[in-house]
Design a protein around this ligand. Structure first.
Ligand code: SF4
Length: 413
């Protein structure tokens, strides 16, 4: 039996997505007005303690989100070489090199939203739970603008999250309070921190429920939709706006699931995406999978903004646990056990690993994981070589051919 590539069957767009522009646009407008409203701005890594910053009244800006926008808009290709010319290797994080290139050239997708570019920070706050690149990235701007750069140094490749680890990271987060209070010009109100953590936890629970609707057969949403839908979970967690958006999205997806409205009409196979998205090729990949009647139903990437451990009753320790518990921060054994659970829950037929050249931290095919999981799960895998933002590292023809052959293999199986 062979699998034929046909024209992509017609898909019905999600209604809730129409609200996305207003939600994300509103977020960026707020950032843009920060200074005139007398609000301070903090830059934060995507899995950093954003709740603490919000509780201290900062506008919170996430440069990785900007990096993804540079990739999705394909502006990254012109900008990365500018950062390379300033001594940032083409081999390191292409979010970093795209973003610094954007700064050097004075070009940003935010200009289409009426901002002159990313808002200047009053403080930069990183967490090395995901990689060292974020620290180097933030320190560049700290030197450039002479602003303070604070951070949490989290251990990585964690097995059991035992008490000494959580205690150490919790103390590090707590130690940020005095310098942040000084920059914010206000004292931390513990009740406000609990309130923000409560909102963040609700956001995470809703986002998790949204992703879990894809356990239905057929799935009502794809991974490619998820990379767009996750915007509010990344930049607006800890706010009511994010909750309102995800409540509406969840209701629509549950309705779709109940009526068996598929994200990919004629869904035949279900794939797990491991690793970073190829931001500049989301649409092409989404179309190819739809043509192959194959749905990418789940991913490690979209799940990275589920923080089950957040607990307003124990703010610092629960933030420490939540931000150490993310997939990228865990040991190979923990990661494999996680993927095994995902494969069972989402009824996965095959796993696609994206080996992103400039992000070894989020490429999990390099130390034999696919082979070990093949033996345990008895489902096939495919590795595609590419990158999150640097499309010079992505061979589209090769990826297309390999994906087609992979799905044909599933059909034969
Ligand atoms: S995890 Fe990867 S993509 Fe994200 S900031 Fe670090 S190196 Fe860049």
């Amino acid at each position: 039996m062979t699998t034929q590539t046909t024209t992509a069957p017609e898909r019905k767009d999600l209604e809730t997505t129409k609200k996305m522009r207003a939600v994300m646009g509103g977020y960026f407008q707020e950032l843009g007005k920060g200074r005139e409203q007398g609000k301070k701005t903090a830059w934060c890594t995507s899995v950093g303690p954003a709740e603490l910053l919000r509780a201290l009244g900062f506008n919170v800006y996430f440069p990785e989100n900007h990096g993804a926008m540079l990739g999705a808009s394909r502006m990254a290709g012109d900008l990365i070489p500018l950062a390379n010319a300033r001594g940032f290797s083409p081999e390191i994080c292409s979010y970093l090199t795209s973003d610094i290139g954007s700064y050097l050239k004075g070009q940003s997708p935010l200009q289409k939203m009426g901002l002159s570019g990313p808002p200047k920070p009053d403080v930069l706050l990183f967490n090395t739970n995901q990689c060292r690149d974020v620290k180097d990235w933030f320190q560049f701007y700290a030197r450039e603008w002479n602003v303070p750069c604070l951070g949490v140094h989290s251990p990585r490749a964690l097995g059991t999250l035992d008490e000494p680890i959580i205690e150490d990271v919790a103390r590090q987060i707590e130690a940020l309070v005095p310098p942040l209070e000084k920059i914010a010009g206000q004292k931390l109100d513990p009740a406000k921190l609990r309130e923000i953590i409560t909102l963040s936890r609700k956001c995470t629970d809703l986002w998790k429920a949204v992703l879990e609707t894809c356990a239905n057969v057929p799935a009502p949403m794809t991974f490619f939709d998820g990379t767009i839908q996750m915007g509010p979970a990344v930049v607006l967690r800890g706010t009511q706006v994010a909750l309102d958006y995800y409540e509406a999205l969840l209701a629509e997806l549950r309705q779709r699931a109940a009526e068996a409205v598929p994200a990919v009409p004629g869904e035949r196979f279900r794939i797990y995406w491991e690793g970073m998205p190829v931001w500049g090729k989301l649409r092409d990949l989404s179309t190819q999978f739809a043509e192959l009647q194959t749905c990418v139903v789940a991913s490690t990437y979209c799940n990275s903004w589920i923080f089950d451990d957040l607990d307003p009753a124990d703010p610092f320790r629960s933030m420490a646990r939540a931000y150490c518990n993310i997939f990228i921060c865990r040991s190979e054994d923990e990661k494999e056990a996680y993927i095994e659970r995902m494969v069972a829950k989402f009824k996965i037929n095959g796993i696609l690993y994206h080996d992103a050249k400039t992000c070894p931290n989020n490429s999990n095919n390099r130390y034999q994981m696919p082979e070990r999981l093949d033996a345990k799960l008895r489902i096939p895998h495919l590795v595609i070589n590419g990158d999150l933002n640097d499309l010079r590292l992505y061979s589209e023809e090769q990826a297309r051919t390999n994906i087609q052959a992979f799905v044909e293999g599933l059909a034969q199986k």
